[in-house]
Ligand binder design. Sequence first.
Ligand code: ADP
Length: 379
Amino acid sequence: MLHAIPKMLAAYMEDLAVDTAQGAAAALAQASQTDYDAIISDIKMPEMDGLELLVQLRAQAPDTPMLLMTAYDEPETAIQALRGGAYDFIHKPLDREYLVASLGRALQVRQLRRQVAAQQAALERHAAELESMVEERTREAQQALRIRDHFLSIAAHELKTPMTSILGAAQLLQRRDAADGFLNPRDVRTLRILVQQTLRLHRLIISLLDLSRLQTGQLTIERQVVDLAALARRVVEEMGTAFERHTLTTSIPENPLLVTGDELRLEQVLYNLLQNAIKYSPRGGALAVRVAAEERLATISVTDHGIGIPAAAQPRLFTRFYRAENAAAPGISGMGVGLYVVREIMTLHGGRVEVASVEGQGSTFTVWLPLRRGTPAGA
Ligand code: ADP
């Protein structure tokens, strides 16, 4: 067989190189050195039979098709060979045509497997390149973000002191004028604009400072007992003229509504929500502030009948620098920082903030805080 088969094949297939090995151990040794396109083996062999050789070769060179030769009267062995992963079985005595046809197919299969393996390797290389490119870009983007945050933090720190001085000086002038009336009406108006705009700038700077404090974990909460009802009344009163162009209704209980928290930060939360309600609703629009106790929670909600928020934008509303398209488009200015700060403050208080909104109809922002024990029932 070792002589006959190579001869037989050479007559039918050009350019075919055939190595022979005497016994399974020698075949295994050769197959570990050479990447064969196909292997033909007898099943009956001394020491290690063809089926065992098949098992070992499949472990060693899984892509190399193997043809096993069985006698006509051993159909069981042929089936065993196929089950073990043989590519085909050849009956003995050999039928040349069949052997050549079967080997031809095995060689094609081997070639296809090589191509697939090469393509797979190319794909894997490409995927690895893409992965490292994505990692590189991510590193660059993160670095750019760090630089931006650092810049914003420095800018906010540097701007805060001169801004506070300007605001203080302008407000001092306003107080002196209120006492002496030394400014003419035109200058009073100019001074009011100066104070309003400086306050606006001041608030932007404070937002940026809060942002950088949140980034570095430095935004801390000073805990004390806070009456949310009184706090809401105070904020609404202090914002007074801001509601000039809207109709505000409030529902704030007379009784105290006690929570534990940072008074200034909670004021900031309500202030931000009210500012947004004013900013994102038209002149004359109705606004409502409602403070209430619900089970063990105190809640404040701010409702407007303004531009509303598209449903798709709502899940991202409380992330840094996010602005919904319908807010950015009409040219309403903003940085997308306020709600992020609101959410962080609420989280630091063990509370939460949620939005219910319909685009074009209006929004309600609601915050919840745990009530202090002993808050009078029905507060
Ligand atoms: P800013 O108002 O400075 O953009 P915020 O963080 O306060 O930043 O708000 C984020 C975004 O949420 C806004 O840009 C706007 O798209 C949307 N938004 C907040 N409040 C309202 C509201 N009352 N009505 C409609 N959209 C709002």
